[in-house]
Ligand binder design. Structure first.
Ligand code: AMP
Ligand code: ZN
Ligand code: FE
Ligand code: FE
Length: 288
């Protein structure tokens, strides 16, 4: 398939969560690097989606509405992507709003933990950093960098914010993967397991597909090297033949901003074939 176009990126973050660019700017950047199909997948919010769709329409870029749910399965963080969800569903928006309130309280608890270590974080600065979006540890980390407490975001997680570190605050209640899958179903979305290399839950993935609620695997991701890719291509094929159904394969850069990630990379480096986006859109349409 050497002639296949590879101008799709189905995993992108904006300032609606912890990304570095507002939706409109991000879409313009996508245009600059020649992307034709993109999806906005902010953490636990769809607040960036409408603006991105509008901007995409101006430039002939297809923008798929999405979300990335943070969930916990037996103590392991699992991210679930939802595509084509109804971003105007009232019950869904209310549930997301409750998550935002919970995130704000959690941030306040982190601030008081820092205070006990004589590191005086200003809540207002963290709020400013989050810019009205979904508040998370990355925002706290960036403020710590600006204050000179740590040299970079990675160090902030290593020393203070990572699980088990002195200023880590557990979320009051974490969704389970199945709850996230139920919400995606309730809003007529398509559910994909994000960057599976982070969790090693192949058996569980098969089980979730078996419930009919999980529709595919993010086989391609900037943190999936060729060997990992091959593993998930094979897992997808194996589940398809064991359960006699057809799964979606998706992928994307998980771009937040240029300096983000274990290995920072500019937008447009990790791309997937347009065909994968087209198949995703077809599946979304079949659920409407
Ligand atoms: P939260 O939802 O507030 O718990 O923050 C989770 C987010 O923090 C993840 O989605 C990542 O974007 C980021 N993150 C988690 N661990 C690290 C780390 N070790 N270094 C940098 N960013 C991280
Ligand atoms: Zn993130
Ligand atoms: Fe993720
Ligand atoms: Fe992500």
């Amino acid at each position: 398939m050497s002639g296949a176009l590879r101008n799709a990126d189905l995993h992108l973050h904006t300032t609606a969560s912890d990304g570095g660019y507002p939706p409109k700017e991000l879409v313009l950047k996508c245009k600059d690097v020649g992307l034709q199909y993109i999806a906005i997948t902010d953490h636990d919010t769809v607040a960036g989606v409408s603006e991105a769709i509008r901007e995409g329409e101006k430039h002939g870029i297809t923008v798929i509405p999405g979300i990335e749910f943070s969930t916990k399965e037996s103590g392991v963080s699992v991210h679930i992507l939802g595509y084509g969800i109804d971003i105007n569903d009232v019950a869904f928006l209310q549930m997301l709003n409750e998550q935002q309130i919970m995130r704000k309280k959690r941030m306040q608890e982190m601030v008081s933990k820092f205070s006990k270590l004589n590191i005086e974080l200003k809540e207002a600065e963290i709020l400013k950093e989050a810019d009205g979006g979904s508040i998370g540890r990355p925002h706290v980390a960036k403020v710590l960098v600006r204050m000179g407490v740590v040299k970079d975001v990675a160090e902030a997680f290593d020393l203070y914010l990572g699980e088990g570190k002195p200023c880590y605050v557990k979320k009051q209640r974490e969704m389970t993967p199945l709850e996230a899958l139920d919400w995606i179903k309730a809003t007529k979305g398509v559910a994909i397991i994000a960057h599976p290399v982070y969790y090693n839950l192949d058996e569980k993935i098969m089980e979730w597909v078996g419930t009919g609620l999980l529709h595919g695997i993010e086989v391609y991701h900037r943190d999936h090297d060729l060997e990992v890719q091959k593993h998930y291509e094979q897992l997808t094929t194996k589940i398809e033949s064991n359960l006699d159904l057809s799964l979606l394969r998706t992928g994307g850069s998980d771009f937040h901003h240029e300096d983000y990630g274990r290995v920072p990379e500019p937008l447009g480096m990790t791309r997937v074939e347009n065909e994968l986006a087209v198949q995703l859109i077809e599946r979304i349409n079949s659920f409407q």
